[in-house]
Design a protein around this ligand. Structure first.
Ligand SMILES: *[C@@H]1O[C@H](CO)[C@@H](O)[C@H](O)[C@H]1NC(C)=O
Ligand SMILES: *[C@@H]1O[C@H](CO)[C@@H](O)[C@H](O)[C@H]1NC(C)=O
Ligand SMILES: *[C@@H]1O[C@H](CO)[C@@H](O)[C@H](O)[C@H]1NC(C)=O
Ligand SMILES: *[C@@H]1O[C@H](CO)[C@@H](O)[C@H](O)[C@H]1NC(C)=O
Ligand SMILES: *[C@@H]1O[C@H](CO)[C@@H](O)[C@H](O)[C@H]1NC(C)=O
Ligand SMILES: *[C@@H]1O[C@H](CO)[C@@H](O)[C@H](O)[C@H]1NC(C)=O
Ligand SMILES: *[C@@H]1O[C@H](CO)[C@@H](O)[C@H](O)[C@H]1NC(C)=O
Ligand SMILES: *[C@@H]1O[C@H](CO)[C@@H](O)[C@H](O)[C@H]1NC(C)=O
Ligand SMILES: *[C@@H]1O[C@H](CO)[C@@H](O)[C@H](O)[C@H]1NC(C)=O
Ligand SMILES: *[C@@H]1O[C@H](CO)[C@@H](O)[C@H](O)[C@H]1NC(C)=O
Ligand SMILES: *[C@@H]1O[C@H](CO)[C@@H](O)[C@H](O)[C@H]1NC(C)=O
Ligand SMILES: *[C@@H]1O[C@H](CO)[C@@H](O)[C@H](O)[C@H]1NC(C)=O
Length: 564
């Protein structure tokens, strides 16, 4: 064996040729994604930085245990050797990117990459923004590496610019005000006092400083500390108005205070600092234009930290079909790793109902959002009105990439029985259903460039629930208990008792049709324990999930004795 290898290697050197590698197509697109046009071939001599994802050794073990991470995701030494041998044959050297060694990076000119990967790297132009990007519509890898190399990025996943944050202004939905004499009474808008009232969130400061909450921001969405101070002065007069966020840069991300303040980043910082009282908040600003890569780099960065924040509130997303399935799986597994490290990863479910991240009435099938369809994140939908009902923009539905995880199979089966033939053929009946729960997501007041503005979208919901989780973690740490980490198995079991079912509303569908309804339509045997669970869970996985949170009930559900 060894001898044969040695001979083969010497032969290669003597002849100066490579042994032919049989290539097999690995990822392919039919066409450039919507929004892009092919402009020209990439310059042969321009250098690409490609990332190679080595096959992780034991993802099923990780998922079984959600515990002791690196042991499961480190590549096998065979994988490292196989990939390094291939790179060496081509005079390429790699640098290791991730703590487990499962991502490596190479630099290679376009001409060589095209041969190496049987690719055709070209320049594509994003029509709306004019931004140009180098991608290929397909690539291959050697057949003998199929078990060792998961994917190469950037290749077939395009960097759709994240154009839309939450919407400014009031929603057009009917406002169902019924709040006389509550802290929600004063205005027809939502502010921290109203959310504290609705969800029983304490205004008392965190007991310790070990529970941390991270708020990533991408593609030049920046927060403003002066606006945050004004916000606290108006809405949290009981807090020190100098309370602010810590700043963390990834990929040269910045925290400028004099340009283009973003409603999204201001919302995220104002409603975490303003609700998770005295929990340290880190604003994680990620540089670069490529959103999926920014997600990946954020996750890799957090995994490399000794103690990453135990809650991440992320209000950004993508239509699932725009991320290659292999890259989506890989990112999702990275969220499983974070969950195993004790971090709850939360994403807003999107603002287009069942039509993707944004409303798109010309859809012909429902478009799930990413990463909400990943079973290892907690997806947060939106509600409106008193009593709360589903907000019609609340993203929800079923993933086309991931099957249904066990933790939600009972809840979703019950919903599907109720759903009957509604929407048949429009969604993946065996997919992971999202969102997992929901909070108010309409008419939030923020301070933007010195002025109070109103804003809506599931971007409002993620920081709201993240603050609740961070405050629970604070109390868990003080009680010497572990933090919540990956939330979903808890939410679908004990957590159900701490969530309030949302029983009205629906989200928007394709054309003028509706998406999924939030409704408890039936209630056959209330005294049967499993049916009560079903009753709570059966309706809302597709628009508002299990319902809205209640801090005090959550405290009980996580085993903290309520001292109030
Ligand atoms: C490669 O892409 C260029 C455009 O960038 C196109 O003109 C050319 O035909 C493609 N080559 C192949 C072999 O498909
Ligand atoms: C994967 O991890 C599980 C759980 O620890 C273990 O039982 C299994 O043997 C592992 N499989 C491999 C191939 O290492
Ligand atoms: C690798 O680099 C060496 C030294 O620069 C050179 O002699 C050789 O031809 C290169 N091989 C390939 C496959 O590019
Ligand atoms: C308004 O709230 C009060 C007190 O909670 C309740 O009794 C009443 O039924 C509510 N009205 C509507 C229309 O929801
Ligand atoms: C309502 O607004 C008035 C002034 O407009 C203020 O004095 C009062 O404290 C507010 N009440 C609540 C519950 O926010
Ligand atoms: C965190 O809290 C501990 C104990 O209350 C204190 O000693 C420490 O200085 C605090 N650390 C920071 C960074 O605030
Ligand atoms: C960050 O900035 C440095 C210095 O300008 C540059 O060398 C580096 O490539 C940048 N890194 C990224 C990821 O943009
Ligand atoms: C942000 O904060 C600075 C002060 O730090 C202020 O001068 C500026 O007007 C604010 N708004 C914007 C859009 O930068
Ligand atoms: C700020 O926004 C303006 C207008 O949208 C844009 O032209 C400019 O490039 C932005 N500046 C930065 C630093 O992103
Ligand atoms: C809207 O949906 C149609 C049909 O699926 C699709 O062709 C189009 O690209 C979508 N528009 C956007 C902006 O995603
Ligand atoms: C099915 O769709 C109809 C409207 O077409 C709606 O009234 C009904 O509530 C839906 N049922 C469920 C369970 O979503
Ligand atoms: C939706 O309904 C409006 C008014 O009834 C109509 O003008 C429009 O064409 C419809 N759109 C679709 C996509 O069916």
């Amino acid at each position: 064996m060894f001898l044969a290898l040695f001979v083969a290697a010497s032969l290669v050197q003597a002849l100066g040729t490579r042994p032919p590698r049989v290539l097999q197509q690995h990822e392919v697109l039919g066409d450039a994604p919507a929004g892009y046009v092919l402009t020209r071939p990439a310059l042969p001599e321009s250098v690409l930085t490609l990332r190679l994802a080595l096959t992780q050794s034991n993802i099923s073990g990780l998922i079984d245990e959600l515990y002791d991470v690196e042991e499961f995701v480190s590549p096998l030494s065979e994988s490292i050797t196989a990939v390094q041998t291939w790179l060496g044959e081509n005079n390429l050297t790699s640098s290791v990117l991730s703590p487990a060694g499962d991502w490596v990076e190479i630099q290679v000119p376009v001409e060589e990459a095209n041969t190496l990967l049987d690719a055709n790297f070209s320049i594509f132009t994003h029509t709306d923004s004019g931004i140009q990007t180098t991608r290929t519509l397909g690539y291959s890898i050697p057949t003998d590496l199929l078990d060792h190399l998961d994917l190469i990025h950037p290749t077939v996943t395009f960097p759709h610019p994240y154009e839309n944050g939450p919407k400014m202004g009031r929603s057009t939905m009917d406002w169902l005000l019924n709040t006389t004499s509550t802290p929600c009474a004063n205005s027809s808008s939502i502010d921290p006092a109203c959310l504290q009232y609705l969800y029983n969130i304490p205004s008392t400061p965190a007991v310790g400083n070990s529970s941390k909450l991270g708020v990533p921001a991408y593609v030049n969405f920046w927060a403003n500390r002066t606006d945050l101070k004004t916000f606290l002065e108006i809405y949290r007069p009981d807090m020190n108005p100098s309370t602010t966020y810590a700043f963390q840069s990834i990929d040269n991300g910045t925290d400028p205070q004099n340009v283009n303040v973003s409603s999204e980043a201001n919302l995220d910082t104002q409603y975490t600092v303003g609700l998770a009282t005295d929990v340290p908040i880190t604003f994680i600003s990620v540089g670069g234009f490529d959103f999926p890569e920014a997600l990946l780099n954020t996750a890799i960065f957090l995994l490399a930290q000794q103690s990453p924040p135990q809650v991440i509130s992320d209000s950004y997303g993508y239509d699932e079909n725009l991320v290659s399935q292999k890259l989506a799986y890989r990112l999702c597994n990275t969220y499983a790793q974070l969950g195993a490290r004790g971090t709850s990863v939360l994403f807003g479910s999107g603002d287009g109902g069942v039509t993707g991240l944004y409303p798109n009435s010309s859809c012909t099938g429902f478009v799930p959002t990413f990463p909400s369809g990943c079973p290892f994140v907690t997806s947060i939908g939106g509600t409106v009105g008193f009593p709360q009902q589903a907000a019609n923009f609340s993203g929800g539905g079923f993933s086309n990439y991931w099957g249904r995880p066990d933790y939600q199979s009972d809840a979703v089966s019950a919903y599907l029985r109720l759903l009957g033939n509604n929407n048949t053929g429009m969604y993946n009946i065996s997919g992971r259903a999202f969102p997992d729960l929901a909070t108010y997501a309409v008419d939030f007041e923020i301070v933007l460039d010195g002025e109070v503005r109103q804003i809506y979208g599931t971007s409002c919901a993620s920081p709201t629930f993240a603050s609740i989780v961070a405050l629970l973690n604070d109390q868990l740490i003080a009680a010497g208990k572990p933090v919540l980490g990956f939330l979903n198995p808890f939410l679908y079991t004990k957590g159900v008792s701490a969530l309030t079912d949302v029983v009205a509303g629906y989200n928007i569908g394709c054309g003028n049709s509706t998406g999924f309804y939030a409704t408890v339509g039936w209630d056959p045997v209330r005294n049967n324990r499993s049916t009560i669970l079903e009753l709570y869970t059966l309706t809302l996985a597709q628009v508002t999930g299990l319902g809205t949170p209640d801090f005090v009930r959550l405290k009980n559900a996580v085993g903290l004795v309520d001292e109030e």
